[in-house]
Design a protein around this ligand. Sequence first.
Ligand SMILES: Nc1nc2c(c(=O)[nH]1)N[C@H]1C(S)=C(S)[C@@H](COP(=O)(O)OP(=O)(O)OC[C@H]3O[C@@H](n4cnc5c(=O)[nH]c(N)nc54)[C@H](O)[C@@H]3O)O[C@H]1N2
Ligand SMILES: Nc1nc2c(c(=O)[nH]1)N[C@H]1C(S)=C(S)[C@@H](COP(=O)(O)OP(=O)(O)OC[C@H]3O[C@@H](n4cnc5c(=O)[nH]c(N)nc54)[C@H](O)[C@@H]3O)O[C@H]1N2
Ligand SMILES: [Mo]
Length: 776
Amino acid sequence: MSNQDDYYTPYNGPAGGWGALKATAEHLIKSKNATRNINTLLKTNQPKGFDCPGCAWGEKHHPTKFRFCENGAKAVNWEATSRTVDASFFSKYSVSWLKTQNDYFLEHQGRLTEPMRYNAKTDHYEAISWDDAFKLIAQRLKAQADPNSAAFYTSGRASNEAAYLYQLFARAYGTNNFPDCSNMCHEASGYGLISSIGIGKGTVTIDDFDSADAVFVFGQNPGTNHPRMLETLKSVVERGAKIITFNNLKERGLERFQNPQDKLEMIVNGSKPTHTDYFCPKIGGDMAVVRGIVKVLISMEEAAQKQGNAIFDHDFINQHTEGLEAYLEQVKQTSWQQITQQSGLSQQQIHHCAEVYANSDRVIATWAMGITQHHHSVATIHEIVNLLALRGNIGKPGAGACPVRGHSNVQGDRTMGINENPSAAFLSALEKHHQFTPPTKPGLAVVETIEAMQQGKIKVFIALGGNFAAATPDTKATVAALKQCELTVQISTKLNRSHLDIGQDALILPCLGRTDIDHQADGIQKVTVEDSFSMVHASGGVLEPLSDQMKSEPAIIAGMAAATLGENSPIDWQAAISNYNTIRDHIEAVIPGFKDFNQRILTDDGFYLGNSAGERKWNTPSGKLNLHTHKLPESILPMQARGQLSERTLVLQTLRSHDQYNTTIYGMNDRYRGIKNERDVVFMNPKDIERLGFTNGQTVSLRALWNDGVERKVNGFKVVAYDIPAGNIAAYYPETNPLVPLNSYGEFSHTPTSKSIAVELSVYQDPTKISTVAAI
Ligand SMILES: Nc1nc2c(c(=O)[nH]1)N[C@H]1C(S)=C(S)[C@@H](COP(=O)(O)OP(=O)(O)OC[C@H]3O[C@@H](n4cnc5c(=O)[nH]c(N)nc54)[C@H](O)[C@@H]3O)O[C@H]1N2
Ligand SMILES: Nc1nc2c(c(=O)[nH]1)N[C@H]1C(S)=C(S)[C@@H](COP(=O)(O)OP(=O)(O)OC[C@H]3O[C@@H](n4cnc5c(=O)[nH]c(N)nc54)[C@H](O)[C@@H]3O)O[C@H]1N2
Ligand SMILES: [Mo]
């Protein structure tokens, strides 16, 4: 057994504050080029600087104020390193050796600075010229009898300009195969919102938080993943409005926050609350919570009606919605016993939430991965929308739906047409403007792409950023699937698993990131991004690139496209990348909302794309907001797990530590959860530890329960007794991705169920197991 004090000491401080300043300073110093990084940091989210690659939270305009955020600082610092990974690095290390290193080691080696091609004979990557790389891609793409044998993955950091060119290239080539990170992330939000309110985006802007009477926060950890949101939450509480938080864990950022911008607060070491009530439902129990709230509202409404009053907003309901009767009937039929059992909250607690809701004229609901990565995520989002609709909380100031996005431009990429299932209107605008016939057959999303690779149907896989091999579920199966491809191409800033778990032939194409200055024929270029509040603004790098062998993402896409499509190109690729205004003119011509695009990004704040539901225009087939009716799931686990369950079964959610950005591991600490120098931990309720015969600090294996006979297991995780509902456990992603079966995904969304995996724990005793930290 290990000594738990080595890696676990409860953290009693607030989120943010001195702890955050100290951690930032340590990260800057560790990077060995502090001045370069600090100068870069000062330009983050500033009018003339670049958009923070950290998260998609929006920003009110404060030209004079540096927006400090520890994790934004880490993201910038990580990209702005001066360490390089070039041909000499790859001649030193074989791919097999690199595979034995952990994710921290791989990315820590520095920025990729030269295009490389894998040589299977030597097991090393070797330098290749850009021209030859483009020719190889073109040759492999042109050799496919069916363009649907290629898939084009996108991770959400790609700019609007890159995303637009990318989809244009792939569609002109002939496919809608656009798996993207969104498929693993907010897909359920997109699907759930489009089918209920007619648009797949949040309906609020950041200013709405100034006038909300209550904010309901579901399943997200902003202290780590959206730190700038803490300031917003804190000011909501300070104003006297209510925040009810629902989270499996007691996340420090959702409890209290010390604002590093507030000198007095820092001096007196004070902090402010970021919630007024905090409830810990069971994993996957949020739909039951909301159902319970609505059940209480129904009885309040009945009582109010007797007095000639109303709780529901009948004008809104009558004018704008359909489906109310069926929904209310379903709620009435749901028993309190099922609601309390599935949610883990008492009737009294739920009653309190209903009262807060009913006493507030303006309510915002926010959510992230705690809601979207379950089998019943779309149903849960429908339930949240229904709750909002009952009191007209959509399309008025201070109220609305707010899915808090992940990657900094994941929303923009979708706006640009990165979508395996594009709308007919989008395709027809594309056709009209570019004079070619785009494919109409729906393409493949992430899980379907992996399944198609397994069947040998995807031969060429191109990734615009991200880390497909590590971010996707069922790691063993996915790696085997990738191996079947003829060619895998990674357009990347940093070395990761996806450069090692590859197809028969493989390329690494090094690109510029947000922080880098983008020199093109017509001078320095800017790109644009869209945040969670549909604000579009410009972003320009501030650092000279580390090598002249790195290209911008638009330039790489243009290179691949020109080599592949030649005469059949829908645009002049060279002209497009000489000056990105040209790309923006195309976007303006094809995508609604971008009128005068080039002019409107000259202002510091950028511009608002608008939101139809925010104006109470419902782009649904019926022209109304649809109140969808679902039964509560019998179990929050998918069917395939249900036959396998026993007393020993636990439900695992996989989440992010404070020191990571998805598969990018900045360090081995998770400060707010008290974890130091360790990532292989499993957070567990003390009663479960005892009931199942384990001890705190013991090393265990986690085995997934599924009905296909495949063993899915990870080993060497240390048990940490933690405040988490009984029957639930938590561990970090991506280490736990081998446990998520490929066909365990959300109904309608096809998002891997990374927050509800049935597992069993057993004692693991293998002295040869190297802790992740040992490899650093
Ligand atoms: N620093 C940093 N910033 C990031 C990222 C990063 O990795 N690092 N990732 C970016 C991306 S792509 C995304 S999508 C977002 C992710 O942002 P989050 O959604 O905050 O990310 P997770 O770490 O997955 O956290 C999920 C939270 O939901 C809770 N939870 C899990 N299951 C349930 C449930 O069933 N019900 C409830 N009520 N709560 C639950 C967990 O305890 C945890 O607090 O952040 C973005 N920003
Ligand atoms: N078990 C489990 N799995 C999950 C999740 C979970 O909560 N649990 N979360 C899911 C979610 S929400 C998401 S969004 C996905 C994330 O999936 P991805 O977006 O595919 O993964 P990232 O880890 O963000 O990608 C990191 C890599 O992106 C590259 N990169 C960084 N910046 C740039 C850039 O500017 N340009 C280019 N071209 N490349 C760049 C670097 O090489 C870096 O190694 O993972 C999903 N997987
Ligand atoms: Mo995400």
